[in-house]
Design a protein around this ligand. Structure first.
Ligand SMILES: Cc1cc2nc3c(=O)[nH]c(=O)nc-3n(C[C@H](O)[C@H](O)[C@H](O)COP(=O)(O)OP(=O)(O)OC[C@H]3O[C@@H](n4cnc5c(N)ncnc54)[C@H](O)[C@@H]3O)c2cc1C
Length: 403
C-alpha cells in the first residue's frame, strides 16, 4: 500500500492534519492503536470540549523551552479559523470564562467534525493496532504491524503524551523521536492536582471547598505565572483551575504562593472593621471568606493564637500579621496526582530540532511531529486543543511541498 503520508495517532492533531493533507489531494493513511479514536476530545471540558480560546494566538500562554516556537503555527491558524469550522458544522457553542469556548451539547460533535473532515479528504483509516516497525528506505518510510505493511513518503507523529493512560495514552511518540535521534525535554504531568505529605496537610476536612485566589508557582521572576482562579481543596492536596494552571510551572521542590484574598485590600478592610465591630478575628474574616475555611485554615496558621480574640483589641502589628498569613500562604507540595489525573504532558520533542512553520524534523526529512508530543504545553482553557489544530494544519499544509 502506497501513501503520500501516514499519520500516526488519530487524536486532535492527527485527525486535523490528516484532513488537511487529504483535502489537498494527498493519499493519507491515519493510524491509531485504539479502535475508539479522539478519546481525549470526548472526555475534554467535562464532556463539552473547550475546543479553543479566543486568546489562543498569544504565544505567552504556552510553555516550552523556546516559547517563540509555537508562534508561527498559532498565527497561521488562529482560533477564528477553528471557530469557522465549528460554525460550518452547525455546532452551537458558548464562551464560559476568559475566552474559553465550549460546545453547548457534546464533545462528540467535535470528534464527528474531524471524522467528517477526514472523509472529505478520503483519509484511509487503520485502527486497533499500533505500528511495530518504522524504517526509512531512500525517500520512503515503511511502516509495519502484524498483517499490514504500508509505504509513505512522509510520516506524522501525533500520538500525544502519556497523561490518562487508561484511555490508551502513551509516550510512544517521544520514544520513537528519541530513537530517531531527537532530544526529548523531560516529560512531566501538567494541568494536574498537587499533593502534600499527610503531616503537611491538616486541611482534608476542607475537601470540596472552593475559593478564588491569586496563585503563583516557583520562581518569583516568572511573573507570567500568576493566575487568579478558583482553588479547590481535596483530601490529599489542592486542585481546581488555580492549581492546575500553577502545576504547569511548578517544579519538584518548589513552593506555591497563594493569596487567599485574591487581591482584596485585606489590611485596609481589617483596619476599618476594627473601628466598627466587637467581633472576633475569625468572625470578621468569615464575612468575606467561607466560614469553614476561615476556621480550619486559621487553626493551622501563624496567627492561630489570635484567631478567636476580638479584632478591636488587635494592634497594627497583629493586623499586619493576619494580612500577611492570609495573603502570602506559602506551601510546598510533595508531588502531583501524576499522569493518572494530568490533563496534559509537559516536555516532549525538543523544538530546536523542528521547523516551526511545518513541524518537520530537521534531522529526518519527511518526518513531522504535531500536537502534545512536541514540547509545547498550553494553559488550561482551550489552548492545548488550539495547539493541536494549529500544529496539525501546519504539517498538513506543508507535507509534499518542496522545503
Ligand atoms: C481529561 C482531559 C480534559 C481535557 N480538556 C481539554 C479542554 O477542554 N481543552 C483543551 O484545549 N485541552 C484539553 N485537554 C488536553 C487535550 O485533550 C490534549 O492536549 C489534546 O488532545 C492533544 O492532542 P494530540 O492529538 O496531540 O493527542 P491526543 O488527542 O491525545 O491523541 C493521540 C492519539 O494517539 C493515539 N496513540 C497513542 N499512542 C499510540 C501508538 N503507540 N500507536 C498509535 N496510536 C497511538 C491515541 O490513541 C490517541 O488517539 C484535556 C485533556 C484531558 C486528559
Amino acid at each position: 500500500m502506497q501513501f503520500d503520508v501516514a499519520v500516526i495517532g488519530a487524536g486532535a492533531a492527527g485527525m486535523m492534519c490528516a484532513a488537511v493533507a487529504g483535502q489537498r489531494g494527498l493519499r493519507v493513511a491515519l493510524i491509531d492503536h485504539s479502535e475508539k479514536v479522539g478519546e481525549k476530545i470526548r472526555i475534554s471540558g467535562g464532556g463539552r470540549c473547550n475546543f479553543t480560546n479566543v486568546d489562543a494566538a498569544k504565544e505567552e500562554r504556552f510553555i516550552s523551552e523556546d516559547p517563540r516556537f509555537a508562534r508561527h503555527a498559532l498565527r497561521a491558524y488562529r482560533p477564528e479559523a477553528f471557530i469557522a469550522l465549528v460554525r460550518k458544522y452547525g455546532i452551537d457553542y458558548h464562551e464560559k470564562h476568559r475566552g474559553q469556548l465550549f460546545c453547548d451539547r457534546s464533545a462528540e460533535q467535535i470528534v464527528q467534525l474531524l471524522k467528517d473532515e477526514c472523509a472529505l479528504g478520503k483519509v484511509q483509516w487503520f485502527t486497533g493496532q499500533g505500528v511495530e516497525k518504522i524504517e526509512k528506505r531512500g525517500e520512503q518510510f515503511e511502516l509495519r504491524w502484524p498483517h499490514v505493511a504500508l509505504q509513505a513518503r512522509a510520516i506524522v507523529i501525533g500520538t500525544g503524551g502519556p497523561s490518562i493512560p487508561k484511555i490508551g495514552a502513551t509516550d510512544w511518540g517521544q520514544q520513537l523521536a528519541a530513537t530517531w535521534g531527537h532530544r526529548i525535554v523531560p516529560l512531566r504531568p501538567a494541568l494536574v492536582p498537587l499533593t502534600f505529605a499527610p503531616e503537611d496537610w491538616p486541611f482534608s476536612d476542607l475537601a470540596g471547598l472552593s475559593v478564588e485566589v491569586d496563585i503563583r508557582a516557583g520562581d518569583p521572576s516568572r511573573a507570567q505565572c500568576v493566575f487568579r482562579e478558583d482553588l479547590l481543596f481535596t483530601h490529599r492536596g489542592l486542585s481546581g483551575p488555580a492549581v492546575l494552571q500553577a502545576s504547569t510551572y511548578w517544579q519538584e521542590g518548589e513552593s506555591l504562593h497563594i493569596d487567599l484574598s485574591a487581591g482584596m485590600p485585606l489590611q485596609a478592610k481589617l483596619l476599618e472593621a476594627r473601628e466598627k465591630t466587637r467581633s472576633q478575628v475569625d468572625t470578621v474574616l468569615a464575612q468575606w471568606f467561607p466560614k469553614r475555611m476561615v476556621e480550619t485554615w486559621l487553626k493551622h496558621s501563624a496567627v492561630a493564637s489570635i484567631a478567636q480574640r476580638k479584632l478591636a483589641e488587635q494592634g497594627n502589628k497583629q493586623i499586619q500579621a493576619i494580612t500577611q498569613a492570609w495573603s502570602q500562604w506559602t506551601i510546598r507540595p510533595n508531588g502531583s496526582e501524576g499522569y493518572r489525573k494530568a490533563e496534559v504532558t509537559a516536555g516532549g520533542v525538543a523544538t530546536d530540532e523542528l521547523d516551526p512553520r511545518t513541524m518537520q524534523s530537521l534531522r529526518t526529512p519527511g518526518m513531522y511531529f504535531i500536537g502534545e508530543v512536541v514540547d509545547v504545553t498550553g494553559w488550561l482553557g482551550g489552548y492545548n486543543f488550539q495547539w493541536a489544530w494549529a500544529s496539525g494544519v501546519a504539517a498538513g499544509q506543508a507535507i509534499g511541498k518542496a522545503a
